[in-house]
Ligand binder design. Structure first.
Ligand SMILES: Nc1nc2c(ncn2[C@@H]2O[C@H](COP(=O)(O)OP(=O)(O)OP(=O)(O)O)[C@@H](O)[C@H]2O)c(=O)[nH]1
Ligand SMILES: [Mg+2]
Ligand SMILES: [Zn+2]
Length: 431
């Protein structure tokens, strides 16, 4: 695609001054946005290969503001000028909010992500007067498949399971640039928009947010040579993220496993695990330290500088260890605005949940608390259970999974509500 003179992008009054691509994290001006050709004759793109339609900087628009390709066909889809991957229109119009979800293999990242998006769809409209929709259903397909499998399964007895996230495959997009192949992780993008009853429903443009999430394979965070490199920049979102979720799994820590065995029958706690349960080959502290190292590098932080944004330590699989910490207040950390019915988060309850969870970790796995607190100044600890129950093993097939009808997530929506509230964008109120 030859870069010609700049053309005004359509509806420019709606656009952000700078757009950040959720695939390659490059920043560009909206007027540089590429369009995706639609004419059958324009198949083949120099970065994406022969099966993708050409990306181009348009010279002509139709009266509705849509670009017209070289063959005269009106186009509707947009792409990043740097990586050419498809962008949903909301990333041009609403501010992005990037979340990096970090954790060792099998710490529960994919289950958490699926449960969190399901709960957000359910709760946000009713309780927070926010719509929460797929920015592009095709891009979010893998995640919506997880949600359907677990939460919209017609058979409550079905044994369901989310596969291990791979380090390559259909959750990644590969481009070829300057003779080099580059593989980016697929972002999941959701559009958050105030609804009637929201305190800022009349300021939709400033409050609305494009939420961008990534589900990496735990191996991509391991301190291994080449897990993240220029041709495989799979964790570079750490350089952009507005908040980091570090998932810590007590069931993978030897000291905590011992304690959990006293209160839970979870098969992941068995000494010699049956079925196909997995454990990380690295200690979780090493994953945390690697995340800190990369974040410092990608953000150009000095070794003494503190990460200025919130970090939430999400302590997973709460269903298996909640009995060890009965002091954690089991209440909704929000109150209801009597005038609008909108929920307002109560910071003091979050702080209490965090304080008690931190104390619990500090006694048993102090190095995690010390490492994360020497990296970031704003750290909150929140326990979650993506499933509300332990996995089961089918006695006949020896396959592991969860009975669809028994999955009951607990508190999975809290970390993101808190992170959004702390962003001071007015999207989620807090007092
Ligand atoms: N008891 C309990 N087990 C869980 C929960 N969430 C996940 N698990 C178990 O933990 C295993 C790993 O969860 P995943 O979400 O696949 O872990 P991951 O962090 O995405 O792992 P990778 O994709 O390898 O990086 C699952 O197979 C489940 O058996 C939970 O809330 N409670
Ligand atoms: Mg996974
Ligand atoms: Zn890009």
């Amino acid at each position: 695609m030859a870069k010609t003179e700049k053309t005004p992008a359509p509806s420019s009054r709606l656009l952000l001054k700078k757009v950040t691509c959720p695939h390659c994290w490059s920043e560009f001006e909206p007027s540089d946005i590429c369009w995706i050709a639609k004419s059958e004759e324009l198949i083949g793109d120099f970065l994406l290969g022969e099966t993708e339609y050409e990306r181009f900087l348009p010279a002509r628009f139709n009266p509705d503001g849509n670009a017209v390709d070289r063959k005269g066909v009106t186009c509707h889809e947009l792409a990043c000028p740097n990586c050419h991957l498809k962008l949903p229109p909301c990333v041009l119009e609403t501010r992005p909010f990037f979340i990096s979800i970090v954790g060792a293999p099998a710490s529960g990242k994919s289950y958490f992500l699926a449960a969190m998006t399901y709960q957000m769809e359910r709760l946000y409209g009713e309780k927070f007067h926010l719509s929460f929709t797929d920015a592009d259903p095709q891009m979010n397909r893998r995640l919506s498949d997880y949600v359907t499998l677990q939460f919209r399964n017609g058979d409550p007895n079905a044994l369901v399971k989310i596969d291990k996230t791979e380090e390559q495959g259909d959750l990644y997009n590969t481009i070829r640039k300057d003779g080099q192949q580059i593989t980016y992780p697929q972002p999941f993008i959701f559009s958050l928009m105030p609804l009637s009853g929201h305190q800022y429903e009349n300021q939709r443009q400033t409050v609305a947010t494009s939420l961008c999430l990534y589900d990496n394979a735990g191996e991509s965070y391991l301190p291994a040579e080449g897990a993240d490199r220029s041709s495989l920049p799979v964790t570079r979102h750490l350089g952009r993220s507005n908040t980091i979720f570090f998932l810590y799994d007590p069931l993978q820590d030897n000291r905590l496993r011992e304690l959990c065995r006293g209160v839970s029958e979870d098969p992941q706690l068995q000494e010699r695990m049956t079925a196909d349960f997995r454990r990380s080959p690295f200690r979780q502290e090493q994953v945390l330290n690697e995340m800190v190292k990369r974040t410092r590098q990608f953000r150009n932080m000095t070794t003494t500088a503190k990460y200025p944004l919130p970090v939430v330590v999400i302590v997973t699989k709460f269903d298996a260890w909640f009995k060890l910490v009965p002091e954690i207040p089991r209440v909704h950390p929000w109150t209801k605005d009597p005038a609008t019915g909108e929920r307002i988060l109560e910071e003091k309850i979050f702080k209490e949940i965090s304080r008690v969870t931190r104390e619990f970790l500090l006694k048993r796995t102090a190095e995690i608390v010390h490492s994360v607190e020497s990296f970031a100044s704003d750290v909150t600890y929140i326990p979650v259970s993506a499933t509300g129950t332990s996995p089961v093993v089918d006695p006949q097939t020896q396959e592991s999974g969860f009975r669809a009808g028994s999955i009951r997530p607990a508190w999975v929506e809290l970390p993101i509500l808190y992170a959004l509230a702390k962003s001071n964008r007015g999207i989620v109120p807090i007092q």
